[in-house]
Design a protein around this ligand. Structure first.
Ligand SMILES: Nc1ncnc2c1ncn2[C@@H]1O[C@H](COP(=O)(O)OP(=O)(O)OP(=O)(O)O)[C@@H](O)[C@H]1O
Length: 368
């Protein structure tokens, strides 16, 4: 196993890139700690596969380095990197039994038969496939084939990292949650570095201890699921994570106070020095409340989603969502919005521009 470092990495598929727009990856600096459970999360086209291929050695970056425990591996072949990969579609041999499929990566490396038997059994137990060990892979369901494919990725204990590239694509929706949880459990049991690539926030947040969020070839935030939810470093993270995502509303500063639609808005803490550019207030629907006073809004839609109600309101031409627990208002009502100050942030050109008040100096709490 190894710590993997990406240093000043940039990649363009053009031979003569003219500017940042020609780079599929713009300046990536990242450390993947030994034994960590990571997710690489972002929408289609943000650069996830490009980054994955650079780590696995299928692609040499235009600029920068990739280090394994400080050793430069930038131009090393995939074989030399000692990486296991699980792809979107199962990679198994149909004519072999499940046991032979699981044993294959070990046999290939000349591991002794007794160790192979033991490892295959351990992995089969973890994946709950011991009853299929002697069945031909050809007869398995797609879900089970993908489980075996995962098993092949996990069976070796000498790999530097196991990379999963959208591994649940072929899995039946009702089984997805089960395999997601299984993968998390497997990480805890085998303790190997794992990188799970996905565009699905639920998969990323269930699996990973640390989530790397990418947009337009850039890493916009690395954090725990809670950090990404509670304090998005970029409005993109606020939008992308959560359902519905964070409300991002136009703001202006008057006499040092943020305003939205003419109303003063109390922020989580001081505005960072030198803040300028396009200003926006970010507040998650979970922290928008209703009260007798506050920002006047018209209720446009009320959706009952079981435990909560999502209420969509309009403030002028701006749409705001609130997640409410109590009795909801009705469509057409006029309500007053209150933003919970400790959860209200300012963003400048998309980036977080407020600091948090240290706990010892924080006063009371929160209007909503
Ligand atoms: N071989 C290639 N030649 C030219 N451009 C490419 C190539 N592969 C990817 N790109 C471009 O690089 C950018 C990043 O693509 P990449 O496939 O890494 O994104 P992704 O996040 O993995 O997307 P997806 O989830 O759809 O696979 C995109 O704009 C894509 O069009």
């Amino acid at each position: 196993m190894a710590k993997i470092t990406l240093k000043n990495l940039r990649h363009s598929y053009y031979t003569n890139p003219k500017g940042p727009q020609d780079f599929a990856l713009k300046e990536v600096d990242l450390d993947w700690q030994d034994g960590g459970a990571y997710a690489l999360l972002g929408p289609s086209g943000c650069g996830k596969s490009t980054l994955l291929n650079i780590i696995s050695g299928l692609l040499v970056p235009s600029e920068g380095q990739i280090l394994f425990d400080g050793n430069d591996m930038t131009t090393a072949t995939p074989d030399q990197r000692n990486i296991a990969q699980v792809f979107q579609f199962p990679v198994i041999y149909d004519t072999m039994t499940v046991r032979e499929n699981l044993a294959f990566p070990l046999k290939n490396r000349g591991v002794d038969p007794a160790t192979i038997d033991q490892r295959v059994y351990e992995i089969a137990e973890m994946l709950e496939v011991t009853d299929m060990l002697d069945r031909r892979a050809a007869g398995l369901s797609p879900d089970n084939k993908q489980k075996i494919s995962m098993g092949r990725g996990l069976v070796r204990d000498d790999v530097n990292v196991v990379m999963f590239d959208e591994p649940l694509t072929v899995i039946d929706p009702h089984l997805k949650w089960k395999l997601r949880t299984k993968l998390k459990e497997l990480h805890q049991r085998v303790g190997r570095t794992m990188i799970y690539v996905t565009h699905d926030q639920t998969e990323a947040l269930t699996f990973a201890d640390q989530v790397v969020v990418m947009e337009l070839g850039e890493v916009v935030q690395v954090g725990t699921p809670v950090e990404l939810f509670e304090r998005p470093a970029h409005t993109f993270v606020g939008h992308f994570i959560g359902s519905p995502g964070m409300n991002v509303l136009p703001a202006e500063i008057k006499n040092g106070v943020a305003h939205f639609y003419g109303h003063p808005v109390e922020l989580e803490g001081p505005i960072k020095e030198g803040t300028s550019g396009k200003l926006e207030v970010g507040i998650r629907p979970e922290f928008v409340g209703l009260g007798d006073t506050g920002i006047e809004a018209h209720v446009r839609k009320v959706s009952d989603i079981g435990k909560h109600t999502v209420v969509d309101v309009e403030v002028g031409e701006h749409r705001v969502s609130a997640i409410l627990n109590g009795a909801p208002p009705a469509k057409g009502d006029i309500v007053h919005l209150q933003f919970k100050p400790s959860q209200t942030r300012l963003y400048a050109d998309g980036w977080l521009a407020t600091d948090v008040v240290p706990e010892s100096t924080a006063t009371g709490e929160d209007a909503a």
